[in-house]
Design a protein. Structure first.
Length: 103
């Protein structure tokens, strides 16, 4: 299975789905934060706390991947995760465009 970088089809699908979920949470939280800033609701310390929370979230995902996967599968898993995250980013940006043109 050297053609699939040693992960197999199931591994690639799982990595894509996990990347999509992580990217979706990440980019939806950015969308929510922008809405929060535009509406000026809540305490001012919440916006930086959310930014640091997102950084810790991504860092935790990277640490878990580095510790749990075999060394030869890490590049393929991260590549598939980035692709899944980019797909989530595209979908979130399309929802932002749709909601921006309606309102």
């Amino acid at each position: 299975m050297s053609g699939l970088m040693g992960m197999g089809l199931v591994g690639w699908i799982v990595a894509l789905v996990v990347g999509f979920v992580v990217g979706g949470v990440f980019f939806l939280s950015i969308k929510a934060q922008v809405g929060y800033v535009l509406s000026r609701k809540g305490p001012p310390w919440l916006v930086p706390a959310l930014m640091y929370g997102r950084m810790f979230f991504v860092g935790a995902i990277l640490v878990v991947v580095a510790l749990e996967l075999p060394r030869e599968n890490i590049p393929a898993a991260l590549f598939a995760g980035v692709i899944g995250s980019l797909v989530a980013r595209i979908l979130v940006s399309r929802t932002v465009k749709k909601s921006g043109t309606d309102g």
